[in-house]
Write a protein that binds this ligand. Structure first.
Ligand code: AMP
Ligand code: MG
Length: 364
C-alpha cells in the first residue's frame, strides 16, 4: 500500500435541523477519485463504507488490500438509482421487488444473480451480487456523481469494529486512503440486513437495521440463518454467507458477554469486576440494562462505565456499540464486560454483533 495523506472533506449534518450542506464541488473531488479507480471512505446510514468502482476489478481489489480483507468475503455494491441495478442484476425476483418497494433507499442488502459485468473480485467468485440503495444523502450523491455503482464494505481494518464516525475511520485507515468524507456520526450504527431472495423461502444472512419482524411483515415466510454458526470454531463449517466464517467487530480488549436476569448479572458482575481489579486489569463496563444494574460506588469509581440504553430503548445501543468498543480501546481497557439484550427488533442485530465480538459468554 502506498502511504498517502488522507484528505478529510467535512460535510456534517446540522443535528438541530438535520440539514446536510452537500457541496457538489467537494463531493466531485471524491467522485473523481472513484472514477480514477481508487478508494474513498464515506458515510452511510449504517456505518462508514470504503468505496470503489464496482465495475472495475482492479479498483475493487484495492478495497481488499487497504482493509486486509480476506478475498473470499464478498462486497456489497451500493447504487443510487434503479438503472444501476440493471447493470448488476440479471433478474429481479418478485420477493426482491416487494423488499425494494418497502425498504429502498435504506439499510437493506439483497442478493441477486449477477450480470457478467460484475467482476469476480466483488462477489468473491459467487454467482450472486449483494446490492443496496443507501438512504444517506452524501452516499447517494457520491454514487450519482461517480456515475457508477460503488462496492463498499465497512471502512475499517478487517476484524475491527465497524467505524461509525470519521474519527473511527481515521484510526484504522489514516494514510492508507486518499480521501474520507466526514458526514458526522452514522444514524443506525450497525451494518445493513442481508437477505437472500434466491432461496425458497428467502433467508436473512445477516440481521441489521431492517428488522426480521419488518421483513416477515413484507414477505411472510422468511428464515433467519444469521445465527446458523457453530459456537466453537470449526474449520469444516460451511457458512450460508462467507462473512459468517470470520471473527468480526472485535476491539483489542477482551469482550465478555453476560446473559441472564439483571439481578443475577449484577451479582456476578460485582464479583468479576473485583477479581479483575485485584489482578491489575483495566475494566470497561457497557451497561445495556439501564437502572436495573447498579455497581457499588467504590467499584464504579475504578472502572470505565458506559451507559448505552436499555431494552425499551435499543436505538442508542445500536448507534453507539461499535464506537464504544473503540473508545474503550483508546482508554487501554483490558476487559470489556457487556450485557445481553432481548433478540427482538434491533436487538437481534445488536446481539449478533456482540456475540461475534465476545470471546467469553457468562450465563449468570
Ligand atoms: P461488509 O461489507 O463488511 O458489511 O460485509 C458484507 C456482507 O455481505 C458479508 O457478510 C458477506 O458475506 C455478505 N455478502 C456479500 N455478497 C454476498 C454474496 N454474493 N453472497 C452471500 N453473502 C454476501
Ligand atoms: Mg465489515
Amino acid at each position: 500500500m502506498d502511504d498517502c495523506k488522507t484528505r478529510v472533506i467535512h460535510l456534517q449534518t446540522d443535528q438541530s435541523t438535520l440539514f446536510t450542506p452537500i457541496r457538489d464541488e467537494q463531493l466531485q473531488y471524491a467522485a473523481d477519485i472513484i472514477r480514477s479507480g481508487d478508494v474513498v471512505a464515506f458515510p452511510t446510514e449504517t456505518v462508514y463504507g470504503l468505496g470503489a468502482n464496482a465495475l472495475d476489478q482492479d479498483a475493487s481489489l484495492k478495497i481488499f488490500k487497504v482493509k486486509n480483507r480476506p478475498s473470499d468475503n464478498p462486497l456489497i455494491v451500493h447504487i443510487s438509482s434503479m438503472n444501476m441495478l440493471g447493470l448488476l442484476a440479471s433478474s429481479v425476483p418478485d420477493a426482491a421487488r416487494i423488499l425494494i418497494e418497502r425498504f429502498w433507499p435504506g439499510p437493506l442488502t439483497i442478493l441477486f444473480t449477477k450480470t457478467p459485468q460484475v467482476p469476480d473480485a466483488v462477489t468473491a467468485g459467487q454467482p450472486t451480487v449483494a446490492v443496496r440503495m443507501p438512504s444517506h444523502p452524501i452516499a447517494r450523491r457520491l454514487i450519482y456523481l461517480s456515475n457508477t455503482p460503488i462496492a463498499a464494505p465497512s471502512a475499517n481494518i478487517s476484524g475491527r469494529p465497524s467505524p461509525t464516525t470519521a474519527r473511527d475511520v481515521l484510526d484504522d485507515l489514516n494514510g492508507r486512503i486518499k480521501c474520507l468524507i466526514d458526514g458526522g456520526p452514522c444514524t443506525f450504527g450497525l451494518e445493513s440486513t442481508v437477505v437472500d431472495v434466491n432461496q425458497n423461502p428467502p433467508a436473512i444472512l445477516r440481521p441489521g437495521a431492517v428488522t426480521l419482524e419488518k421483513i416477515r411483515e413484507a414477505l411472510h415466510d422468511v428464515r433467519d440463518l444469521s445465527l446458523c454458526r457453530p459456537s466453537e470454531p470449526d474449520e469444516h463449517f460451511k457458512p450460508p454467507t462467507p462473512g459468517l466464517k470470520y471473527r468480526h467487530y472485535s476491539p483489542t480488549a477482551k469482550v465478555v458477554l453476560y446473559e441472564g436476569s439483571s439481578h443475577s448479572i449484577q451479582k456476578r458482575l460485582v464479583h468479576d469486576v473485583q477479581t479483575l481489579l485485584n489482578s491489575g486489569k483495566k475494566v470497561g463496563l457497557v451497561n445495556t440494562r439501564g437502572k436495573s444494574i447498579a455497581i457499588p460506588e467504590d467499584l464504579a469509581s475504578k472502572i470505565q462505565i458506559v451507559a448505552l440504553g436499555n431494552k425499551a430503548n435499543l436505538t442508542p445501543i445500536a448507534q453507539h456499540l461499535f464506537t464504544t468498543f473503540r473508545e474503550l480501546d483508546r482508554l487501554n481497557v483490558d476487559t470489556i464486560l457487556i450485557m445481553s439484550v432481548p433478540t427482538q427488533k434491533e436487538g437481534l442485530a445488536i446481539m449478533n454483533r456482540i456475540r461475534k465480538a465476545a470471546s467469553e459468554v457468562i450465563r449468570a
